[in-house]
Design a protein around this ligand. Structure first.
Ligand SMILES: Cc1ncc(COP(=O)(O)O)c(C=O)c1O
Length: 406
């Protein structure tokens, strides 16, 4: 039984006490971006007020303080993921991390006839970079189907694996269906065929304990703004041996040891992949965010969100004409739904008038929408800072707007 005082935790988030359209805000869009606790806002603010300088360059006191703060953040984030800090690249987000692997790992290696396996539940960030690489190398992109409950068809996935498959890119948790993929088992199978694996942890790392080292993947990416951190932050962990042999993705300052017009010697990992001035204050904020999440406990967060998901699923299922997409047994706190006869955007717009924020549309997952046979869904995504009372308000508001739209 968790001893966390969830009402007190909620007060850590200043924005959650505001009103929208004259109603208390009820924020159900954490899968899009999470709200930020005081400690994160204060950490970024304090960096600019007290320590602001560029990193790894200046010998003056502020320069050293900024570098220490940035590297301390890297250590905190690495510890949170259970990976060594020297193989953790700080990025602008998941999209950048996947593109880095696509251009620096896949582009030089893949050739005509090679196969890239993805799943039907991927976000565009884990589809489009691979299509670009396939176009340039002659490799082919294939998508593994889903079962009716929104879980991955593991039999189909395992049957598709062979030594022509060079890369498997899959999401840890679907941003639309909430499905949690059995990443450890999948990576073990992939390894047997010599397949390199990239896991998109955008919707997993903020919501459950993730021991990246034990997953058996080759690359793990995530984005900071969905885990209580600032926008424009993110992480790419890769196996050190792979990162060492990869060429840089972006060239510029700080990713080099020595530059001559005759040739350049690149920096060691992770510096080799962090050209230019990074988002220093943002990553200092992300360091504060992971320490904050750890202070609550990721197992507590996971249990709290599972409980809220179960409660919301019952409440929403009671609504006539409401259909939920994604009912996998292992599911994170994301509920995508549609209501017969109501367009998702109309529904979300009317819910906003009730102070309720849900996302509507295609959730950067056009192929999945197509596969599900829908043009759009509404998505209520739940975080540990949501409450049962807010879920009641969501269900009541959906009932109300359903009547208006029919
Ligand atoms: C599963 C998944 N992958 C990738 C992304 C892209 O993240 P970002 O836009 O922060 O790069 C998202 C964001 O919605 C996501 O949910």
């Amino acid at each position: 039984m968790s001893t966390v005082d969830w009402a007190a935790v909620r007060t850590d988030f200043p924005l959650l006490s505001r009103e929208v359209n004259g109603k208390p805000l009820r924020y159900f869009d954490t899968a899009n971006t999470s709200q930020k606790p005081h400690v994160v806002i204060e950490a970024t603010d304090a960096f600019y007020r007290l320590h602001n300088a560029n990193v790894s360059r200046a010998v003056h006191t502020l320069g050293s303080e900024a570098t220490e703060a940035y590297e301390a953040a890297r250590k905190s984030i690495a510890a949170f993921m259970n990976v060594p800090a020297n193989s953790l690249i700080l990025t602008s987000g998941t999209t950048f991390g996947i593109n880095l692997v696509a251009y620096a790992w896949a582009l030089p290696r893949l050739k005509a006839g090679d196969r890239i396996l993805l799943t039907r539940m991927e976000h565009h960030a884990n589809i489009v970079p691979w299509q670009i690489i396939a176009e340039r190398t002659g490799a082919v992109v294939e998508a593994i189907d889903l079962l009716p409950d929104g879980s991955l068809d593991l039999n189909a996935l395992y049957a598709a694996m062979n030594d022509r498959v060079k890369l498997l890119g899959l999401t840890h948790v679907s941003n639309v269906l909430g499905t949690v993929n059995p990443v450890r088992d999948i990576c073990r199978e992939a390894r047997k065929h010599g397949i390199t694996t990239l896991v998109d942890g955008s919707q997993a790392l903020p919501h459950m304990p993730v021991d990246v080292a034990s997953l058996g993947c080759d690359f793990y990416v995530a984005t900071g703004h969905k885990m209580c951190g600032p926008t424009g932050t993110g992480v790419l962990w890769g196996r050190k041996a792979l990162l060492d042999e990869m060429p840089p993705f972006i060239g510029g300052g700080e990713m080099i040891k020595e530059v001559r017009f005759e040739g350049t010697v690149f920096n060691d990992v992770p510096g080799k992949f962090e050209a230019g001035t990074p988002n220093i204050a943002g990553h200092v904020g992300l360091g504060a965010a992971v320490r904050y999440l750890e202070s609550i406990g990721m197992a507590n967060i996971q249990a709290r969100e599972a409980e809220l998901l179960a409660y919301a699923t019952v409440k929403l299922s009671e609504i006539e004409g409401l259909h939920i997409f994604g009912t996998a047994k292992d599911k994170a706190a994301i509920i995508s739904f549609a209501i017969e006869g109501a367009h998702a955007h109309d529904l979300a717009t009317l819910l906003d008038l009730e102070g309720i924020a849900v996302r509507s549309g295609q959730h950067c997952a056009h192929p999945l929408m197509h596969y599900l046979g829908v043009s759009a869904t509404c998505r209520a995504s739940i975080a540990f800072y949501n409450t049962h009372e807010e879920i009641d308000a969501l269900a009541t508001a959906i009932q109300k707007v359903r009547k208006l739209l029919q």
